[in-house]
Design a protein around this ligand. Structure first.
Ligand code: AMP
Ligand code: MG
Length: 508
């Protein structure tokens, strides 16, 4: 329960654990109105489900200790290690376009921050460890399915090379959590460059707390965008830098067929990391209008709308910064508009940059973007599988290659049969040999993605039968996504019609 106060090195409520973590909690040094001090709720019977030993190592944490009873006690919320100062962060947000003035960490607790092996400051957060001052009517808990889903998808995104929050561990709490039915509870340990969101700025803007906005902006510049600190107008430079990171992020999402599903402003991290994996999904057949989230009834967050939505969210961010941009309101608005105006071209450059790489073109020439667009049009018409199309295309780089497996992905040959020889001629004429282009394509186009039907089946096996083997196999495969092994055939294959998942649920 939200026992306000005392956790901290000066007045520990419990004896310190042998877990030696060098916490350095910068957010806890911000004014008290930025968060609520809380203690995670203890789990009755914690059991480690999965531990990310590679990430633990990156963070300078001992994986062996994390897997021990003391470590599991921390990862389940039962014990607060020395130096942690657990906080629930305040934020607001637009949810499906509707402004909600007070959201906040209703089921998450920031344990503290560590400096990783590369010198980067990282948040360590428990998600699902009980109620906070921001829980409203929620129970503050999470359940095994969504926790393991977030773990899997975030680690896949990281393996694709896409900025994302990471997953350090998932622990079953031994508690029954009530949703539409009783479900096993779990806690995810999430790691982020920072959990500050667009919605964090909105929280202070809505309260006309100009001092809060300035402190938050200064905090963010110091932690995430030190390069803008010396700009003539650092806050305008921050706005532009955040927009650029988002433009690149969304281009990377589109390049792997990722649909976030809930791009509310509280789910957009200022760091430029993908955050809050709820009903997110990867599309199978290419369809720009694709919506998979069960809660996105009007397709606001459809695959192809994600760039516009990011821009909309950034406009909300810009509004929050207005008091910092200029004392004159009109001048501030003009400056915000100007600094956000680069989004569209930055997105387009990142998008085509990525898709040209996907089709193996090293040096862009006039007309190459049409090759990308025409391929996508043929894929849409032919209902081609997005992931496999790029993967099998690599096998067609040599003019005498067998193109049959690629062409077989298209329901109708119209379009693609004329596109392919044009592309082959272009590849033959590029600055590098076709065999090198093919190898580069295989290094950027994943073969293995967390396909919905595989994810759902793996989670069902755990929740219904306690069998984690399919999940662990899928997790191992998606974290080496560019390597296609013969035994992976069932993981790379698109769903058969009867296997297709029509909607994904976030099942909070
Ligand atoms: P999300 O859908 O994860 O982006 O969460 C939206 C808001 O609802 C955030 O403020 C969450 O903290 C809150 N929330 C979601 N699930 C719960 C829950 N089970 N208990 C309390 N708060 C929750
Ligand atoms: Mg959220």
């Amino acid at each position: 329960m939200s026992a306000l106060s005392t956790a901290g090195p000066e007045a520990p409520e419990e004896p310190p654990l042998p877990l030696a973590i060098a916490f350095d909690n910068s957010y806890a040094r911000l004014p008290a109105r930025f968060y609520e001090r809380v203690r995670p709720e203890p789990a009755p019977d914690p059991r480690l489900l999965v531990l990310n030993t590679t990430l633990a190592d990156e963070l300078g944490l001992d994986a062996g200790v994390l897997a021990s009873p003391e470590g599991i006690a921390m990862l389940s919320g039962a014990e607060v290690p020395a130096g942690a100062e657990p906080l629930a962060l305040a934020y607001a947000g637009h949810q499906f376009g509707q402004f909600v003035p007070a959201l906040g960490d209703g089921r998450a607790v920031l344990l503290g921050e560590v400096i990783d092996r590369d010198g980067r400051r990282r948040d360590i957060q428990l998600k699902g460890s009980g109620r906070t001052a921001f829980s409203r009517r929620g129970d503050g808990k999470a359940v095994i399915g969504p926790v393991l889903r977030e773990y899997l998808v975030s680690e896949a995104m990281s393996a694709f090379g896409i900025p994302t929050t990471r997953s350090l561990a998932a622990v079953a709490t031994g508690e029954t959590v009530h949703r539409d039915r009783p479900l096993p509870g779990a806690v995810l340990t999430r790691v982020a460059a920072s959990h500050v969101r667009v919605g964090t700025f909105q929280y202070f803007a809505h309260r006309s707390d100009a001092d809060g906005i300035r402190r938050l902006a200064d905090y963010v510049i110091d932690r995430l965008y030190p390069e803008v600190a010396g700009a003539a107008n650092p806050y305008a430079a921050l706005l532009e830098a955040v927009a650029l990171r988002q433009a690149r992020l969304i281009a990377q999402w589109l390049a792997v067929g990722f649909i976030h599903g809930v791009m509310n402003t509280d789910n957009m991290a200022i760091s430029g990391e993908t955050i809050d994996y709820g009903p997110c999904a990867f599309m199978d057949a290419y369809e720009p209008g694709m919506v998979l989230s069960s809660i996105d009834r009007h397709g606001r967050y459809a695959y192809g709308r994600q760039p516009q939505i990011a821009q909309w969210n950034l406009a909300r961010f810009g509004e929050c910064l207005l008091p910092l941009l200029s004392e004159d309101r009109d001048a501030a608005v003009a400056l915000a508009v100007e600094r956000l105006s680069g989004f569209a071209s930055a997105f387009e450059a990142a998008y085509f940059g990525r898709f040209l790489e996907k089709i193996g073109i090293a040096d862009e020439r006039p007309g190459d973007r049409d090759l990308v667009t025409n391929l996508l049009t043929a894929m849409q018409t032919g209902q081609a599988d997005f992931t496999l199309a790029f993967r099998r295309l690599a096998d067609c780089a040599l003019a005498d290659a067998d193109a049959a497996p690629f062409l077989a992905l298209f329901e109708t040959p119209a379009g693609i049969e004329t596109w392919l020889p044009a592309w082959q001629a272009r590849i033959a004429d590029d600055s590098r040999p076709p065999a090198e282009a093919a190898a580069a394509m295989r290094a950027i186009n994943p073969a293995i993605i967390p396909r919905n039907h595989r994810v759902e089946a793996a989670l069902d096996a755990i929740v219904e039968n306690g069998d984690g083997s399919a999940y662990m196999r899928l997790l191992e495969a998606v974290t080496r996504p560019f390597e296609e092994r013969p035994e992976d055939a069932d993981l790379t294959a698109p769903p058969r019609p009867e296997e297709r998942v029509a909607a994904t649920f976030c099942g909070t």
